[in-house]
Write a protein of this length. Structure first.
Length: 182
């Protein structure tokens, strides 16, 4: 039995996601026993920028943060720009933080955190072009392979996926973090 057995992890994405930033963390959490579910703005399937198709389990309007133990936000410029315009997705992210649950963001995935207003005083990394947006939202931006701040796990690019996945699995296994809050 793995240490994530019984955990349910939400992946929030839409068309244009960075394929490996969805599939690699998905594989990492499910290999450790978690159930992964895809949440998107619409039902059906979504397609990554390199052609990977994924079936949507719930829409952002249907999803409830209370059903999940953690959240992963894959990157991809189009995905990240579009998902943050969905009020239900933003509310879902904010509620995950309010419930102190672990969140993993990679590359451009952290962009929605600015709209969810959950970055004040938090330390994280991202693709370098998000630096100013994240800082303007109150975050301390650091250029590092992986940063973990009270259950908020962040990385820069697909090159960082091995370190990101390891830290993400660890944080989900630890569960809620009192400092992870909206």
């Amino acid at each position: 039995m793995s240490h994530l057995t019984g955990k349910k992890v939400a992946f929030l994405a839409t068309d244009g996601f960075e394929d490996s930033e969805l599939t690699s963390p998905w594989d990492a959490v499910t290999e450790h026993g978690a159930v992964a579910e895809l949440i998107s703005t619409e039902s059906g399937t979504i397609t990554g920028k390199n052609g990977h198709e994924a079936s949507v389990d719930q829409t952002s309007a249907q999803a409830s943060a209370s059903e999940y133990d953690a959240l992963v936000l894959p990157g991809g410029v189009v995905n990240s720009d579009d998902i943050r315009l969905d009020a239900d997705a933003v509310a879902f992210v904010r509620q995950i933080f309010a419930e102190h649950k672990p969140v993993g963001v990679i590359c451009h995935g952290g962009w929605i955190l600015t709209d969810a207003d959950v970055l004040q005083g938090r330390e994280l990394t991202s693709y370098p072009s998000l630096r100013t947006d994240l800082q303007n939202a109150g975050a301390k931006w650091v250029d590092a392979e992986v940063i973990c701040d009270e259950g908020l796990v962040s990385s820069r690019t697909p090159d960082d996926l091995p370190a990101f996945n390891a830290k993400l699995v660890e944080e989900i296994g630890e569960g809620k973090h009192s400092g992870q809050t909206a």
